[in-house]
Design a protein around this ligand. Structure first.
Ligand code: ZN
Length: 408
């Protein structure tokens, strides 16, 4: 396999999580009698550009099929994040009724709805038809398609170039990052701005976030590497912010290299320096990650076995993709965790892939009163602990496995 960006041959393994099913392939009851398809989940580091990348085992149109069940609007903290972003962009760039805001991977219109509220024209690009349909109900129009050079040319020809082109948690999900960034170059107006948010590889390594690795996630990105990829497409990064979302993300700001109207801010050089000081421009930084993941596996299994022995019950909360990576890598099945609660009705009454843990609604938690609730989406820990504070009524405790096992 060669690097998706610089084509260097890849021989350095960042982490090998064994074989796992596609993390969003929730199973209906009938499907429990069928065989399941597992794909290797092995991630490499490019020794030249430091792009950390997973092999492409499954075509992305098979992963993002109509059964895809992630609706952004089910997370209240994510909605608040989207609203705050829109306020910030309006304050800084002042879009009007003559502007066009385009979001790639616009999902159910969770973010564009706030631009629409201000009468700013919006367009979503979203490959999953059922989330795009939910966006239409909010009055957010979407093109149901995958983004890249082909679609960008088509939209540009239709006069749909963007003043603001944004994408949150999509850059890491695209199989062909070079084609994707090339498409953004085409769709951006002369003085337009691109913002992208993606989990920062530095946080993944420093905080043992190996569970954010799954097949739908093709790249794990440092600022250094993203800057190189954007520059190769004729785009320049002029600002960057470090965010707390998804365990630590970056929000980058890009413009055409030819656009002189926006000077490059001091945050750009500062973050490049920070990454360099961390060692992210040298291979040893990437080579001890496997051991960190194995340490968490041992902690979680020990905890679950101890509770089993003591006659205590453990349930989980949040049937997110990262939970599936964690449970499958650790080899946890439905005999150690009885059920997982999720607020999304599209996931309820289904089963997690491989572990076959049933997904239920919150009522089940109140009836079963488990001794421990393992919070799988640890990035939403505060929100979930507040929402489920009532488990303290029966002396229930919260557990998180990442960055290390913790009970609260
Ligand atoms: Zn490379």
């Amino acid at each position: 396999m060669n690097c998706r960006f610089c084509t260097t041959e890849l021989n350095d393994v960042f982490i090998d999580l064994g074989n796992a099913p596609a993390s969003n392939s929730f199973l209906a009851k009938e499907a429990l009698n069928e065989p399941e398809t597992f794909y290797p989940l092995k991630v490499h580091t490019c020794p030249n550009c430091f792009l950390v990348q997973v092999d492409e085992y499954k075509k992305s149109d098979a992963i993002f099929d109509s059964n895809y069940v992630y609706f952004s609007s089910y997370s209240t903290s994510w909605l608040a994040h989207a609203r705050a972003y829109v306020e910030k962009m309006q304050e800084r760039f002042r879009y009007t009724t003559d502007s066009l805001v385009v979001e790639i991977a616009s999902n159910d219109g969770y973010l564009l709805q706030y631009f629409k509220e201000r009468n700013i024209p919006v367009l979503g690009v979203e490959p999953t038809a059922n989330t795009a349909a939910a966006a239409a109900e909010k009055g957010v129009p979407s093109v149901v398609d995958f983004f890249g050079v082909r679609l960008a040319r088509q939209l540009a020809a239709e006069g749909k170039k963007a003043d603001l082109l944004l994408g949150n948690n999509v850059l890491a999900h695209v199989p062909d990052i070079v084609d994707f960034v090339g498409g953004m170059k085409i769709l951006l107006k002369e003085q337009g701005v691109i913002t992208m948010e993606f989990p920062h590889l530095m946080q993944l390594v420093d905080n043992n976030q190996f569970d954010t690795i799954y097949h739908e996630h093709f790249s794990y990105l440092s600022f250094h590497t993203v800057k190189q990829i954007f520059e190769a497409a004729g785009l320049e990064l002029f600002d960057v912010e470090e965010l707390t979302t998804h365990g630590g993300s970056l929000r980058i700001y890009a413009k055409h290299k030819e656009d002189p109207t926006r000077p490059v801010g001091p945050q750009v050089a500062a973050l490049l320096q920070k990454e360099k000081e961390k060692g992210m421009l040298e291979m040893p930084y990437y080579s001890n990650f496997q051991g960190k993941a194995f340490a968490i596996k041992k902690q979680l299994l020990q905890f679950l076995l101890d509770q089993q022995k003591a006659g205590k019950t453990v349930a989980a909360y949040g049937a997110a993709a990262k939970g599936n990576t964690l449970l499958n890598y650790c080899g946890v099945k439905n005999d150690l965790i009885g059920f997982v609660v999720d607020a999304n009705p599209y996931k309820q009454d289904k089963y997690l892939p491989a572990s076959h843990i049933p997904v239920v609604n919150e009522d089940q938690l109140k009836t079963a009163k488990p001794d421990f609730v393992l919070i799988l989406p640890w990035n939403l820990k505060e929100e979930i602990m507040k929402q489920l504070a009532y488990i303290k009524d029966w002396n229930g405790q919260f557990v998180t496995a990442i960055p290390s096992l913790q009970t609260t």
